[in-house]
Design a protein around this ligand. Structure first.
Ligand code: PDD
Length: 287
């Protein structure tokens, strides 16, 4: 089945989907994006993704490309045309097309692109093997809370991780603290079984999975502490894991070649992974 992309008001064959060479997203990375998971036809945490998209746009003084209802309709139509029941939707908004010049152009409409593709979550969800991570200096800009399409440091970090045989890179700030992964949030479990993840501020992206996992943990009697933790603390922790839309909750079994816990995803991690996957298989709506 051929894929379809939504590009600035039109549904076009994916292979022919194009944007203008002077789209500011292409030239300046002047844009933002969202990735949401689809489970059994439902967009997981749709409201959370919409709120974050609007926040990212707002922080960059950009407008939503259209009101909420038609926007939601385009999401659904993109999923329908691609027959995605389980998969992901990618949404990108750039400041628009204009002659290349750094200041914001006047009277330019934001450009909206959406793509969707099927992912076999049931198979993926059964894969409970843990991941290896490697630590890499965090060289990103200082507004990581904005989900900007400017991802070069993230791309370089992920590539370095993959070249070292790891799944993810954990990014380390100047104080030796873990900020987050190149495309995931970072977590550890302390000796008391409390779950620790860095607090929300400009240093990390506020993951939608992160906030749902915090909510599910608290509802299920697992204490969550939002504070920075160092690489040294992570190395000495009984458990570590990562979270994101496409990785869900995934155990970490090694950091920089050192074994974490007993080298398999730990009990708190497995419990949270189960809770999160149940949530996705069920409502997937974060009230
Ligand atoms: N990445 N931190 C960073 C830097 C990210 O890029 C992401 C998401 C996350 C997790 O956020 P969420 O739980 O909302 O997916 C944390 C997406 C999936 C991506 O770039 O593909």
């Amino acid at each position: 089945m051929s894929r379809i992309a939504y590009v600035n008001g039109q549904y076009v064959p994916h292979a022919e989907a194009q944007i203008h060479v002077e789209d500011r997203g292409y030239q300046f990375a002047d844009g933002v994006y969202e990735v949401a998971a689809i489970f059994r036809g439902r967009i997981i945490d749709e409201d959370g993704h919409l709120v974050r998209l609007k926040r990212s746009l707002d922080e960059l003084d950009m407008a939503m490309p259209m009101p909420d209802r038609p926007f939601a309709a385009v999401c659904r139509e993109t999923l329908r045309r691609n027959r995605v029941q389980d998969g992901i939707i990618y949404i990108q908004v750039s400041r628009g097309v204009s002659r290349r010049d750094h200041p914001f152009p006047e009277d330019v409409k934001p450009a909206l692109v959406m793509t969707a593709r099927a992912v076999d979550w049931p198979a993926n969800a059964d894969d409970d093997t843990g991941a290896e991570v490697v630590s890499i200096a965090d060289i990103r800009w200082l507004r990581r809370d904005v989900k900007s399409i400017s991802l070069l440091p993230n791309v370089l970090a992920k590539q370095e991780a993959r070249e070292k045989g790891a799944y993810e890179a954990w990014l380390i700030d100047a104080d030796g603290m873990v900020t987050e992964g190149s495309s995931t949030n970072a977590w550890i479990v302390d000796d008391d079984g409390k779950v620790v993840t860095r607090q929300l501020d400009h240093n990390i992206l506020g993951g939608i999975t992160r906030s749902t996992v915090i909510k599910l943990a608290r509802e299920n009697g697992i204490e969550v502490v939002e504070r920075p933790f160092s690489l040294a603390e992570a190395l000495a922790s009984p458990e570590a894991f990562l979270s994101s839309t496409t990785s869900f909750v995934r155990g970490i079994i090694g950091i920089d070649g050192s074994v974490i816990g007993d080298g398999a995803p730990g009990p708190v991690t497995r419990r949270l992974r189960g809770l999160y996957l149940d949530y996705c298989r069920g409502a997937g709506v974060n009230e």
